[in-house]
Design a protein around this ligand. Structure first.
Ligand code: FMN
Length: 409
């Protein structure tokens, strides 16, 4: 067999096929309507991406409980919410044989003060300073509440399948609830949900199994997982290897590899070493190690910018798919350009308002790219010349001051 490149299709363990090796990684749209439902914005945006050649579109995180939101204007799938628009969203996302998977999430303690008075978490441990100014101290979940959240993930996955989405992804990365359970710093429970890594991964393992029971053997289920959370005494590389191995054995279809949390936000590369950036993918070394222990398809996300970098990663066999986020926010046709066989480079570059104080104050990486998604959702083109300050103002107007608070990125 020849070397794999971005144009090759991929058959998942469940039997589904992804038409090429490019995956759009999740980017929260912050576009939901009152009542936590989706709307035309999502359809316009995802049609744009489905026309752009990407093989797999993973939606921005969709929450499983309206009492536990991560951001303003999240979409929520839970009992009691009827969202007929989900069907049209799935329909446009499937255009051109594209796969469209919903990323399901529960933020746990990473639900900001303006959204949660008392967030929930495995243990009542607050986020570190300075984040503790923006997030309230959580209370520990009871055993019954944990089981109820697992059922919420399964219910939401069932609704996704019924609405026509072609798969789901569990958000197990970036410091949200699943990742809080995995972390020995954030999970200090003494019952069956805490302690050993076997206990800490029980939550994600049961989420996977209950989703599988709902959606059947032929429906893709993925997880986005941290290589490590880069915190002393936190979720380590060794822990994450055990989780990867276990989830593979259970039948996970695709493992997306990322890293970082709100406390150590390495996922968008802001705190990544120069030598790592030169290799394009921030978590390449870790992915190489995972590759040695599992056969499950791996999607590596974070830092990919050029056709050359992507094809090298694929042909070396380190990963089976490349995950791309920001490049697709500024150019929805980026995948078609990559697939054309030409030497292509993304125009993603560091952002600045020109005022260091403002750059430190606002989460520009999130605000500016979210603004680009909103432009596309309104049927316009993204605008890479848009000034970051303009994006800050436009996000304040659309979502309120809370949207530009520095909680991540
Ligand atoms: C505006 C924005 C929103 C994001 N929202 C999510 C999200 O909802 N879920 C998630 O797993 N990652 C989210 N991410 C992280 C991306 O999926 C990705 O891991 C990160 O941007 C690195 O990939 P890139 O270098 O190709 O941008 C978001 C990133 C940005 C810029």
């Amino acid at each position: 067999m020849g070397k794999i490149n971005i144009s090759d299709s991929l058959i998942l363990p469940c039997g589904a096929t992804i038409k090429n090796r490019i995956g759009k990684s999740a980017m929260s749209e912050n576009m939901g309507s009152k009542g936590f439902v989706s709307n035309d914005f999502f359809q316009t945006l995802y049609e744009r991406w489905a026309d752009g050649g990407t093989g797999l579109l993973i939606t921005g995180n969709v929450m499983v409980d309206q009492r536990a939101l991560g951001e303003a204007r999240n979409v929520v799938i839970e009992k009691g919410i009827s969202d007929p628009s989900l069907k049209s969203w799935a329909e446009v996302g499937k255009k051109n044989h594209t796969q469209i998977w919903v990323q399901l999430n529960h933020p746990g303690k990473q639900s900001p003060k303006f959204l949660s008075k008392v967030p929930v978490a495995p243990s009542a441990i607050p986020l570190k300073k300075p984040l503790s100014r923006v997030f309230n101290t959580p209370r520990a979940l009871s055993d019954l509440e944990i089981i109820e959240i697992i059922e919420r993930f399964a219910y939401a996955a069932k609704v996704c399948k019924e609405s026509g989405f072609t798969g789901v992804q569990i958000h197990g990365a970036h410091g949200y609830l699943v990742s809080q359970f995995l972390s020995p710093t954030h999970n200090q429970r003494t019952d069956k949900w805490g302690g050993s890594i076997e206990n800490r991964m029980r939550f994600v393992s049961e989420i996977y199994q209950s989703i599988r029971r709902e959606v059947g053997a032929q429906f893709p289920i993925s997880i986005k997982l941290n290589s490590a959370d880069f915190q002393k005494g936190g979720f380590s590389k060794e822990d994450s290897m055990k989780v990867v191995q276990h989830l593979s054995e259970l039948g996970m279809d695709l493992i997306e590899i990322s890293g970082g949390t709100y406390e150590t936000p390495v996922m968008t590369g802001t705190k990544v070493k120069e030598s790592t950036k030169a290799r394009e993918a921030y978590f390449m070394d870790y992915c190489e190690e995972v590759r040695k222990i599992v056969k499950t398809p791996l999607m590596l996300t974070g830092g990919f910018r050029s056709s050359q970098g992507m094809n090298e990663a694929l042909s070396s066999g380190v990963c089976d798919m490349v995950g791309i986020a920001r490049s697709l926010a500024i150019n929805p046709d980026f995948s078609n350009e990559l697939l054309s066989g030409k030497d292509v480079k993304s125009l993603v570059k560091p952002l600045s308002t020109g005022f260091p104080f403002l750059d430190r104050t606002f989460p520009l990486e999130i605000v500016w790219y979210t603004d680009q998604l909103h432009l596309m959702g309104k049927g316009q083109d993204p605008n890479i010349k848009r000034s970051p300050l303009r994006s800050v103002l436009s996000m304040i107007l659309e979502l309120g001051m809370s949207a530009v608070k520095k909680v991540r990125g």
